[in-house]
Design a protein around this ligand. Sequence first.
Ligand SMILES: [Zn+2]
Length: 228
Amino acid sequence: MPGRYLTLSWDDGFRRSCEVIAALYERFGFRAEFNLVATRALSGGPSAVHADFGFWNELQARGHSIQPHGFDHSNKSILTFEEGKDRILRCLDVFSRSLAGFSPERAIFAFPYNTATPALEAWLAGVVRAYRLSAGGPAVMPLPTPATRRIHTVGIEAAAQGLENALGELKASANGWLVYTAHGLDGEGWGPMRREFLEEFLERMAKGEDGVRLISARDLLDQTPGAS
Ligand SMILES: [Zn+2]
């Protein structure tokens, strides 16, 4: 368990990008983490920008981690507590009905825009396994424990450069977990990466660059000592 862990946390569920990301991860023996918006998945499909739950169930069956990123993409830091809570519960309800084996107690809720409120955090900590947001401070977190609920993430529009910079912080740490928020590939989503960059990056990770292990948040939380 000790060591340097990296999660790329892919948001918004763009079908074209996620097909490529999943295939690249599988080529190098990795499992990806995808966070999708419930209403977009309900209305998505083969010809839509966003993939539907048929696609996500298939990727989950191939070993990838499929996690909630909201009922819609609303910014929870500017909603009232009741509005924010209602939308998160509606999101978890859609996932429970649409994604095989989904249970809120095992879910990792990725806040849109990585922002929340203290009240929502306090409530959500008792509902899901963990939630992801930008908490400020260093990019690298301590390794998670069974009590970890809050996952800190970083991510900038210049996605590849931001990842390299944050990876430098991880390499300078003896132990730690870096969760980097990313979106799509090749022009899709906010701050997309180039496919060629991701391919080369995954190749570096497969070679075990500086002892960094690429892993989904789901898998790392499941491997945490004491995790049930
Ligand atoms: Zn998003």
